[in-house]
Design a protein around this ligand. Structure first.
Ligand code: GLN
Length: 435
């Protein structure tokens, strides 16, 4: 059995040798000392975990991929990080992301883009692109990400790993730098279903510091030992067109395997799905414009002359979101945009819950295409369209899991499972049967 120090050393060395992937913004130079002190009886004893750099850490800098937070050390630890450490895990480093988690490619990182290990000229996805690249290239066995509109699942799909966006509230958001608070959720990325479960059993649980956290007991690893119940799966009709051939093939392949395992598969309609993207790109910027207001150089954000100089440090995409968000919330436009998007959000959830009255899970692609080349998405709206199938889970709060399901032209593609509230464990059980 290796000593935790040897494991940490090997991963640190690998991460350094693969610096060209741009996966890490900071490595934990003290990880070897920390490894010496690990309690070897702890459930995650010595397990190195890469942490997305929008989760605050006391001993490592937290930038959220922004110039505004360069050199920032938080005076406290995010609950997700604290729980991992208390279980014996080691933080290997902080991973690259789009500024304030706004983006689908990591190209909006203020520092450098992350790269896809399967083809470094392509994006690993975003915004948790650094976490996905790190897990995919085995620079870390496991990683934490955050998912507001797909930021765990889309990079997981692009990099051929598993990524879970838990039911809203299952993992505490305390210490997650807020993007759109009603949509944000922390979750794991891993190379196997069992690894996801290992992390979720430690991460999930009520937190007095996050009023939206749920008290549901977590039984992830236990659930994986149980036999697969007779499954009723619904393929979402609205997600079957406009995908690349490889994505369609992966979806068919997934359904075929599930059918052979005894699942009953039927096509279902989720009419709201086609409008989810429109609603998301109203609601997420609205909340973002409010959450980013605190970076004025007084309490938060580097002090650089006056407020204007500090706020000028925001990158283009963050500025765009602040403008859109302020607009849709402004008097005279509020009802037409924000109000309608909120009403639609409620409808989308009603539709989903009705579908789950006789289904265990919905199945749809994670993304319409595999990873695109860096620099290829000049039009921000084209980039937003990569989120077509992922935003619905955030708008409804439902759990969703991206499963590696095949390749197209040497690039991984993912299939997404979405379930009723608190079916996180059940989704992992389904994915394990496919694995
Ligand atoms: N790509 C989406 C956005 O830009 C989702 C990002 C996320 O989930 N953090 O808002």
């Amino acid at each position: 059995r290796l000593h935790p120090r040897e494991v940490a050393e090997a991963y640190l060395e690998r991460a350094r040798r693969h610096a060209h992937l741009g996966a890490f913004l900071a490595l934990n130079e003290r990880v070897l000392e920390e490894a010496e002190r690990v309690d070897r009886e702890a459930p995650l004893a010595g397990l190195p975990v890469a942490v997305k750099d929008n989760l605050v850490t006391r001993d490592l800098p937290t930038t959220a991929g922004s110039r505004l937070l360069e050199g920032f050390f938080a005076p406290y630890e995010a609950t997700a990080v604290r729980r991992l450490k208390e279980a014996g895990a080691l933080v290997l480093g902080k991973t690259n992301l789009d500024e304030f988690a706004m983006g689908s490619s990591t190209e909006h990182s203020a520092f450098f883009p992350a790269r896809n290990p399967f083809d470094p000229s392509r994006t690993p996805g975003g915004s948790s692109g650094g976490s996905a690249a790190a897990v995919s290239a085995d620079l870390a066995p496991l990683a934490l990400g955050s998912d507001t509109g797909g930021s765990i699942r889309q990079p997981a799909a692009y990099c051929g790993v598993y990524g879970l966006k838990p039911t809203y509230g299952r993992v505490s958001r305390y210490g997650l730098i807020a993007y759109a608070s009603s949509l944000d959720q922390v979750g794991p990325l891993a190379r196997s279903v069992r690894d996801l479960a290992l992390l979720m059993d430690v991460l999930a649980g009520e937190d007095p510091l996050d009023a939206t956290s749920l008290s549901a007991p977590s039984r992830f690893q236990k659930a994986l030992e149980e036999p697969l119940p007779p499954l009723r799966l619904g393929v979402v009709k609205e997600a079957l067109e406009g995908n690349t051939e490889g994505v369609s093939r992966a979806l068919e392949g997934f359904l075929e395997v599930m059918g052979r395992l005894g699942a009953r598969v039927k096509e279902v309609s989720w009419p709201g799905l086609s409008l989810a993207l429109n609603a998301y790109y109203i609601l997420a910027p609205a909340e973002a414009s409010s959450n980013l207001a605190r970076y004025d150089g007084t309490l938060f954000g580097v002090r650089k002359g006056g407020v204007e100089e500090t706020r000028a440090l925001f990158g283009l995409e963050a500025k765009r979101r602040i403008l859109v968000g302020t607009f849709v919330l402004s008097s005279g436009y509020y009802e037409a945009f924000y109000g309608r998007a909120q009403a639609f959000r409620a409808r989308l959830k009603r539709e989903a819950l009705a579908l789950f009255s006789d289904l265990d899970a919905l199945v749809l692609p994670t993304t319409p295409t595999p990873a695109f080349p860096l620099g290829a998405m000049k039009d921000p709206l084209a980039m937003y369209r990569q989120d077509l199938y992922t935003v619905a889970a955030n708008l409804t709060g439902l759990p969703a899991l991206s499963v590696p399901a095949g390749f197209e032209g040497g690039l991984p593609v993912g299939v997404q499972l979405m379930g009723p509230p608190l079916s996180d464990e059940a989704l992992l059980r389904v994915a394990l049967a496919f694995e």
